[in-house]
Structure formats: structure tokens, C-alpha cells
Write a protein that binds this ligand. Structure first.
Ligand SMILES: [Zn+2]
Length: 100
């Protein structure tokens, strides 16, 4: 190698954040991290699943649950509002009793 023209390189490793696989590489960067690798990516494993390292599925499920709660509350209030009021007793019956 000619001196003074090559960047500094490291004997380091790449770590997969999903399955924890580690493999050695030579790179100009140290301690690299990937979200998914060929060891755990659904394309290579053949199994259907969602790789969720950023918590996006949890966030979506939380938003969905909140939305469903709000919809249920709105429906409950609407049903309460549209419920017919109980009929008032007639004034005559109130004064003279049921046999009037
Ligand atoms: Zn992996």
C-alpha cells in the first residue's frame, strides 16, 4: 500500500439489532449496527412477520386503541342523547291520582 493516501481502517464488527448476529468486517467506521440482516430478515427466513425495531407497530396499536376508545365514547354519548326522555305524568293524574 502506498503511504499517506489510504483512510484509516479498523478491524471491527457489525451487530444486528434484531437478532444480535455479529460478523467481522474491515471498515473505515467502527462498531456498526444494522436493524435487520440476512439472518433475520423475513425475505431470507421465509416466515411472515413484522420486524419492529423502532416500536412503530406498538405506536400504531396504541393510536388505534385510542381511536377506538374515542369512537366508542362518541357512540355512547350519541345513544344517550338520542334516547327518548321518559314521559311525564299527566298533570291531571298528578293532582287527582291514577283514577282521574
Ligand atoms: Zn439479524
Amino acid at each position: 500500500m502506498k503511504k499517506g493516501i489510504h483512510p484509516k481502517h479498523y478491524y471491527t464488527q457489525v451487530v444486528c439489532g434484531t437478532c444480535g448476529s455479529v460478523w467481522p468486517v474491515i471498515s473505515t467506521r467502527e462498531n456498526m449496527r444494522v436493524d435487520v440482516c440476512s439472518n433475520c430478515h423475513p425475505f431470507y427466513t421465509g416466515e411472515q412477520r413484522i420486524v419492529d425495531t423502532a416500536g412503530q407497530v406498538d405506536r400504531f396499536m396504541r393510536r388505534l386503541r385510542t381511536s377506538q376508545d374515542q369512537q366508542a365514547e362518541i357512540a355512547r354519548r350519541r345513544a344517550e342523547r338520542e334516547k327518548p326522555e321518559p314521559k311525564k305524568r299527566s298533570l291531571l293524574k298528578e293532582i287527582y291520582g291514577e283514577d282521574a
